[in-house]
Design a protein around this ligand. Sequence first.
Ligand code: AMP
Ligand code: MN
Ligand code: MN
Ligand code: MN
Length: 275
Amino acid sequence: MIFDLHSHSTCSDGLLGPAELVERAVQRGVDVLALTDHDEIKGVAAAREAAEHWGIRLVNGVEISVLWDDVTLHIVGLNIDTGYLPLADGLAAIRSGREMRAQRMAESLAAVGIHGALEGARRYAKNPELVSRSHFARYLVEAGHARDTNAVFRHFLTPGKPGYVPHQWAALADALQWIRGSGGVAVLAHPGRYDLREAKCERLLGEFVDRGGAAVEVVTGSHAPAEFVTWARHARNFGLLASAGSDFHGPGEGYRDIGNVPALPSGCDPVWARF
Ligand code: AMP
Ligand code: MN
Ligand code: MN
Ligand code: MN
């Protein structure tokens, strides 16, 4: 069975619509797919319809942006109830903060001579409530400032670089409450990306467990294979389940295509035992 429990559509910063995404997952042999758009659940209905049509299992999902102790974290919620109002309202509040952030990002880019970035990013954002760094990155490639989006993030849009604007995302406690309150399970997404020192990492995992977090994303497009083992060990030490997903955004972007999800290391308890 192929489980891919992390993916994006045009409802956030993916390149395929929810139905197209499901179709690609089917073609690539995925049995169980979660659509996990950033701070947005409106693609789930179309994805579900497509999944029913093709006969694969869709898991309702979301990837919530959180600010924890000056670190931006992503918390994936799986098997959520999209009709749970505190979740829908909380996500709407995060999305509304993105507009001012996008304006400030464009101002920061203009200060280094890159003009028209807000309009450029908006052209790539199919969901006007969700202008993200990915849309800015695609515009910067189009305008000739970098070869591809990975190169953009090396020179722009990250802390200390032009176009980066710190942002007040959701609180960890709130994100976990929305997910748990809706009947879902909370997964700490791509932990290897946060670049935490050991003590801070342990504090994060401890707090995550105390507040009802259930799983760590062990296998993800953001981890090198050696990191699968490291995070499998952390998961075990903290009594957390293990999740796996490609974090697919679109053909030609990122490191793993949809369904390209290696097996969990031995000794992991898979999160899908919970749904
Ligand atoms: P935002 O939610 O607007 O901060 O945008 C975050 C998104 O930007 C992530 O979900 C990725 O899709 C993309 N991203 C962030 N950092 C990188 C990176 N270093 N390389 C490639 N994509 C990145
Ligand atoms: Mn993304
Ligand atoms: Mn993420
Ligand atoms: Mn993601």
